[in-house]
Design a protein around this ligand. Structure first.
Ligand code: TTP
Ligand code: MG
Length: 359
């Protein structure tokens, strides 16, 4: 019998900040870009649960989060604390969480910074798997002072949906026999692969829940969605065979920055590029890499027009100077007529290295 677990940390970045800054505890917390009194230009990385009550969520413009927080404060709700993102620290905590999971399950897929799938088939039963999940949660709580939600199911699909079912600090077990009934009442959006666009187009047909969607035959779904329709037909019946992917290696290391003000000031932009390269170099080293071959630069103009240019070296390189030099060469044309004939202002730049090596 196959039994898969999926762990997802609760309000991960915000929970780490609360843990490390006791004065934040119990208050609404938003982790993300500098709100600059409502004029900040980045986005929310995450919000803790009290801040989510105000409608604040990941990927929302930080300026909008600020407005929602202000509106709540004026209604007499507690003031929201805005905290900058510390990727490096979250990465370190993530590694400790993954190590705890590895201590309880032989096969683990690190799916994101705060998510992992793990094979619990060895437990022999769903009850045994639930015990293992309780031990993982308890150890994370004891060692890291953080809460996680875990879902257990007959495959990755069910496990993932189950981990989201009772957040925060949840444990949801769905056996193979229960899987179809578990899915039926859920909104279609809960099925991984159904995004906001598909959700909308289905809503126009009066399809809201998985149960509604099951009215379609495989042929009808295929006509509507192509090959994905066939896969979808299986998924909404709880069937999903994907194996755990354990050989995960980051394919790239990159950073980007949205400027406080759109500009075309060469001195400033080179200065920021230099800082980004330093940050990339630090993380690249921290993740155990020694060499890169490809440098990628991204430029987003004030009108959101975005371009990416890359250069691949003949040989693997191991020098931060070379990284900065190649990144500058890639960026240069965007600062003059070659790639920017109308002199548009720049909103964001990013630097990334790829084709990474460990020797
Ligand atoms: P999630 O697991 O999606 O969110 P979460 O852990 O904050 O909250 P939940 O309790 O609902 O699981 O993402 C994990 C972390 O990844 C999150 O803490 C911050 C980061 N993140 C971003 O930076 N941008 C994003 O758009 C999302 C979705 C997450
Ligand atoms: Mg999470």
């Amino acid at each position: 019998m196959r039994i898969i677990g999926h762990l997802d940390m609760d309000a991960f970045f915000a929970a780490i900040e609360e843990r490390e800054h006791p004065e934040l505890r119990g208050r609404p917390v938003v982790v993300g870009a500098d709100p600059e009194g409502g004029h900040g230009r980045g986005v929310v990385s995450t919000a803790n649960y009290p801040a989510r009550v105000f409608g604040i969520h990941s990927a929302m413009p930080i300026s909008r989060a600020w407005k929602l927080a202000e509106a709540a404060r004026r209604r007499g709700q507690p003031a929201t604390v805005f905290v900058r993102v510390s990727h490096r620290r979250y990465g370190e905590v993530s590694e400790k969480i993954m190590a705890i999971v590895r201590g309880h399950a032989p096969v683990v897929e690190e799916a994101s910074i705060d998510e992992a799938y793990f094979d619990l088939s060895f437990a022999g039963s769903f009850a045994g798997a639930a015990d293992a999940a309780r031990r993982i949660k308890a150890e994370i709580k004891a060692q890291e002072g953080l809460t996680a939600s875990i879902g257990i199911g007959p495959n990755k699909l069910i496990a993932k949906i189950a981990s989201d079912f009772q957040k925060p600090d949840g444990l949801t077990v769905v056996t193979e026999a229960e899987a179809e009934d578990f899915l039926e009442p859920l909104p279609v959006r809960k099925i991984p692969g159904i995004g906001p666009k598909t959700e909308q187009s289905l809503a126009r047909l009066g399809i809201k829940t998985v149960r509604d969607l099951k009215r379609f035959t495989p042929e009808e779904l295929q006509d509507r969605f192509g090959k994905w329709g066939t896969e979808l037909y299986e998924r909404i019946r709880g069937r999903h065979e994907s194996p755990l992917v354990t050989e995960w290696e980051p394919k790239s290391v990159g950073e980007q920055e949205t400027f406080a003000k759109d500009n075309l000031d060469l001195g400033f932009i080179f200065d920021r590029l230099w800082e980004l390269c330093r940050g990339v170099w630090r993380r690249f080293g921290a993740e155990g890499f020694q060499t890169f071959r490809t440098v990628v630069v991204t430029v987003r103009f004030a009108d959101f027009d975005t371009s990416t240019r890359s250069y691949t070296l003949a040989q693997p390189a191991a020098s931060p100077r070379l990284l900065t030099f190649e990144a500058m060469k890639l960026l240069m044309p965007f600062l003059d007529r070659r790639e920017n004939p109308r002199g548009k202002l720049i909103r964001l730049i990013g630097v990334r290295v790829e084709k990474l090596g460990k020797e």
